[in-house]
Write a protein that binds this ligand. Structure first.
Ligand code: NAP
Length: 281
C-alpha cells in the first residue's frame, strides 16, 4: 500500500516558514502585500478569493481585495492594475480567472508588472521558467515539486511523465521536473499508447481533468503518483484524475483528492508573494 502524501501537512509547514519570514519583514518595515481582483460574481471564484484572503491573514500579509461588477469595462480593470503596479504596499497582483468574456485575459496578464505577477502567467515569467532563471514559480506545479520533495524522492535521473500540456499545469510542470534533472515525457490527448509511456514513470503527474482516468494498470510498481485533477463526480463529490483505491495498491506514494495538491496552490501563491516582496526592497 502506498504512503499517502498529506498536502495539508506539507502546506501547513510551509505556511509556518512563510509566516516567520513575513514577520521579520514586517518588523523591518513592511509586510508582503497581495491584491486580489475578482470581476463578476462567479460563486467558485468568490470562494477562491476568500481563501486567498484567509491565507494572507494566516501568514501576516497585508491584503487588498477588489470586487468589480460583471460589466466592468476592460479599460477600468487595466487602470486598476496600473495603479496597483505603482503601489509600494503591493507586491503581488492576482486577477481571478475566468474573467467575463468582454475582457481579454491575455491583456490583463500582460498589464501586470512581471515582478508582481504572482501567478507567473505573464510571457516574461513563462520565458524565465523556460530558461530556468525564475523567481516566481507557477503555483500548482511548484506545489507538486514540494509534495515530491516531501517524500524524499530525488528527481534527478528519474523517468517523469506528465499527463496534460496546459499552460497553467502540464507545460510548466514538465519544465520544473526537467530543471530538477528528471527525464521528462509530456503526454496529451494525441499520445499513442499512453499506458506504455506511463508504465515507465517513476514519477507520474496527472493533470487531465477526467475522473478515474489513471488506473492501476498504467502504474509502474513503486511509482510516486501525484494527482492534480479536480473533478466533480455524479454525486457532486470532488475527485481527482487517479483511480485512488486501485492505484494506491501499486504506487509507493500517492496524493489524495481532496487533501493533496489542492492545499498547496494557495500556499505557493503566498510563497510567491513573499518572494516578490523580497524583490521589491
Ligand atoms: P486542461 O487545460 O483541460 O488540460 C487538460 C490536458 O489533459 C490537455 O493537455 C489534454 O490534452 C490532456 N488530455 C485530455 N484528455 C486526454 C487523454 N485522453 N489522454 C491524455 N491526455 C489527455 O486542464 P488543466 O487546466 O491543465 O487542469 C487539469 C486538471 O487539474 C483539472 O481537473 C483542473 O481542475 C485541475 N487543476 C487543479 C489545480 C489545483 O490547485 N489542484 C490547479 C489547476 C488545475 P490536449 O492538450 O491534447 O487537449
Amino acid at each position: 500500500m502506498a504512503n499517502i502524501i498529506d498536502g495539508k501537512l506539507v502546506s501547513a509547514r510551509l505556511r509556518e516558514e512563510i509566516k516567520a519570514e513575513a514577520q521579520a519583514l514586517a518588523a523591518a518595515g513592511r509586510a508582503p502585500g497581495l491584491a486580489v481582483i475578482l470581476v463578476g460574481e462567479d460563486p467558485a471564484s468568490q470562494v477562491y478569493v476568500k481563501n486567498k484572503e484567509k491565507g494572507c491573514d494566516e501568514v501576516g500579509f497585508y491584503s487588498e481585495k477588489y470586487f468589480l461588477a460583471e460589466d466592468t469595462e476592460e479599460s477600468e480593470l487595466l487602470a486598476l492594475i496600473e495603479k496597483l503596479n505603482k503601489d509600494p504596499k503591493i507586491d503581488g497582483i492576482l486577477v481571478q480567472s475566468p474573467v467575463p468574456k468582454h475582457i481579454d485575459y491575455k491583456k490583463v496578464v500582460d498589464t501586470i508588472d512581471p515582478s508582481k505577477d504572482v501567478d507567473a502567467f505573464s510571457p516574461v515569467n513563462v520565458g524565465k521558467i523556460m530558461l530556468g532563471e525564475y523567481d516566481l514559480a507557477p503555483c500548482t506545479p511548484a506545489g507538486v515539486m514540494e509534495l515530491i520533495a516531501s517524500t524524499g524522492t530525488d528527481i534527478s535521473g528519474k523517468n517523469c511523465v506528465v499527463i496534460g500540456r496546459s499552460n497553467i499545469v502540464g507545460k510548466p510542470m514538465s519544465m520544473l521536473l526537467l530543471h530538477a534533472n528528471g527525464t521528462v515525457t509530456v503526454c496529451h490527448s494525441k499520445t499513442a499508447n499512453l499506458k506504455e509511456v506511463t508504465r515507465n514513470a517513476d514519477i507520474l503527474v496527472a493533470a487531465v481533468g477526467k475522473a478515474d482516468f489513471v488506473t492501476a494498470d498504467m502504474i509502474k510498481p513503486g511509482a510516486v503518483v501525484i494527482d492534480v485533477g479536480m473533478n466533480r463526480n455524479a454525486e457532486g463529490k470532488l475527485t481527482g484524475d487517479v483511480a485512488f483505491a486501485e492505484v494506491e495498491k501499486v504506487a509507493s506514494y500517492i496524493t489524495p483528492v481532496p487533501g493533496g495538491v489542492g492545499p498547496m496552490t494557495i500556499t505557493m501563491l503566498l510563497k510567491n508573494t513573499l518572494t516578490a516582496r523580497k524583490l521589491h526592497t
